[in-house]
Design a protein. Structure first.
Length: 235
């Protein structure tokens, strides 16, 4: 654990330890100030927990980032892989115009059921279609082009999801892949963990794609130490 001091604009700022408690407090400050999530988001997390689903949705700060991406892209169609209880789905669907559409793919029928109820309660049910089943089985039936794609399901299949969704993303569109740092294990080729291998392979694949523009960002916050990849389809 590392202590540090920082001086800025004449104010001496004394840091706390760089640990999870600090990251939680900073996220809470950001949530209160800039994020300002409506009550529907806490309600979704509560209903998701009550339904027995794991607490693995994106944070409010991350959800708002997806909302901003959708707004910047003037998204009318969004594709998500990995619905859980519909938390990230609701952030992105809230950025859509009245005639916008979001398709979200979810393997677990119970997760899909909880998500459908949450999406309806949050007032975005009309814009969202939840397709139940393995994403790799359903992706061949997804047609048309999307402005924004959010990949957040089983990490071992990220390379296949990437390959499929690049073809479904409009020129100028964006693909966001979540959980690509995995506590730093992404740099270890010998974890024996198929999810780490999936993230690593996606990066190798992206290195060979001169037609795509990509970067990966490390993050800390209430979700711990992780990160995301941005893949922009030029256009
Ligand atoms: C991290 S959670 C999604 C969180 C959600 N995007 C959010 O932030 O609110 C991952 C979800 O992907 C689903 N999933 C796992 N494997 C899948 C697969 N092969 N096809 C579709 N969904 C899958 C899981 O059941 C789980 O609900």
């Amino acid at each position: 654990m590392e202590e540090y001091r920082h001086e800025a604009r004449g104010h001496k700022l004394e840091s706390t330890a760089m640990d999870k408690e600090t990251w939680d407090a900073v996220d809470a400050f950001f949530e209160e100030t800039v994020v300002k999530a409506g009550p529907q988001y806490d309600a979704i997390n509560e209903a998701t927990a009550a339904g027995g689903l794991p607490p693995i949705a994106v944070s409010a700060c991350q959800g708002k980032q997806l909302y901003i991406f959708a707004k910047m892209l003037r998204a009318k169609r969004i594709l998500e892989i990995g619905t859980l209880g519909g938390y990230s789905t609701t952030w992105m669907a809230s950025a859509l115009p009245a005639d916008g559409e979001l398709i979200t793919l979810e393997y677990d029928p119970h997760h899909a059921e909880v998500a459908l109820a949450n999406l309806k309660s949050a007032g975005v049910g009309d814009k969202v279609k939840v397709w139940v089943g393995a994403a790799l089985d359903n992706l061949p039936s997804v047609t048309g082009h999307f402005d924004l794609v959010f990949i957040d399901a089983d990490k071992r299949n990220i390379p296949a999801y990437l390959e499929a969704t690049v073809k479904l993303t409009r020129p100028g569109g964006l693909i966001v892949i979540d959980n690509v740092v995995r506590g730093g294990r992404v740099v270890d080729p010998q974890t024996g963990d198929a999810d780490v291998d999936g993230v690593r392979q996606a990066h190798v694949d992206l290195a060979e794609r001169d037609d795509l523009v990509a970067t990966s960002i490390q993050t800390v916050g209430k979700k711990g130490y992780d990160g995301f990849t941005l893949v922009w389809v030029p256009g």
